[in-house]
Design a protein around this ligand. Structure first.
Ligand SMILES: C[S@@+](CC[C@H](N)C(=O)[O-])C[C@H]1O[C@@H](n2cnc3c(N)ncnc32)[C@H](O)[C@@H]1O
Length: 221
């Protein structure tokens, strides 16, 4: 079985439950126009995040790694009118492009973009007693994934859902002698999950329109 079946089935699913509207299509177009690799999540993954946000009636969402705001838009659409999504992005230019996509999706009243290193902004939030989030989506640089996860727990309450993308890396996590910092970063997180008593967690393998990968799905106890 080759990967074509996963892509075709992803399209089959997207056609039924994860159709992109004009704002999401324009967001993907903005990635192509910028001539950069599209590292956004897929429509079906976006819808999955939205389902999780709806399942926990999320009012407050935190995202690490905005990119062009594709996942931000899927998530923000699960929020009520008084909801809030904070998304962190290290690259100022990227934030400006993401803001345009959020404005175009008419979600500016729900979404706040913060520019800076995720680890610094996390720390600022903890220091300023930021109220806990209902859902946290981690999708920034991979080497500090374990640090992000531990900080995410600090900004959580019992029941908070924490989702971390790209933790299987085409199966490269199986290599115990890996030298790639991204692989080592997610291996550290994956290994930590079984020792962490603060959460109930699993890792879901993901196939489809994007590379073979996986997501940590955790709920804070
Ligand atoms: C995989 S992309 C995010 C994709 C986005 N969540 C989506 O699905 O549409 C990762 C993003 O994290 C940003 N990033 C990388 N290192 C970061 C850091 N230390 N702090 C904050 N953002 C970072 C990158 O600039 C990039 O835009």
């Amino acid at each position: 079985m080759d990967n074509e079946i996963f892509k075709s089935v992803d399209e089959y699913i997207a056609f039924r439950v994860a159709k992109e509207d004009t704002a999401l299509q324009k967001t993907s177009t903005s990635v192509r126009e910028a001539n950069v690799a599209d590292i956004s999540i897929s429509p079906v993954q976006g819808k999955m995040l939205q389902v999780f946000a709806a399942a926990c009636s999320a009012k407050r969402i935190l995202e690490l790694g905005t990119f062009f705001a594709y996942s931000t838009i899927w998530l923000a659409r699960a929020l009520p009118l008084n909801g809030k999504l904070i998304s962190i992005e290290i690259d100022e230019h990227q934030t400006a492009l993401a803001q345009k996509n959020i404005d175009n999706a008419q979600l500016s009243h729900l979404v706040e973009l913060r520019t800076g290193k995720a680890i610094d902004i996390f720390q600022e939030m903890i220091n300023s007693d930021e109220p806990p989030f209902d859902l946290i989506f981690v999708d920034a640089d991979k080497p500090p994934y374990l640090e992000y996860f531990k900080l995410a727990i600090k900004l959580s309450r019992p029941g908070t859902i924490i989702i971390c993308d790209n933790v299987i890396r085409n199966g490269a996590v199986l290599d115990e002698n890996a030298t790639d910092e991204k692989v080592i970063g997610v291996q550290r997180l994956n290994n930590y999950l079984s020792t962490c008593n603060d959460i109930v967690a699993t890792i879901l393998q993901t196939v489809g329109a994007k590379e073979y990968d996986g997501m940590v799905m955790a709920v804070v106890k």
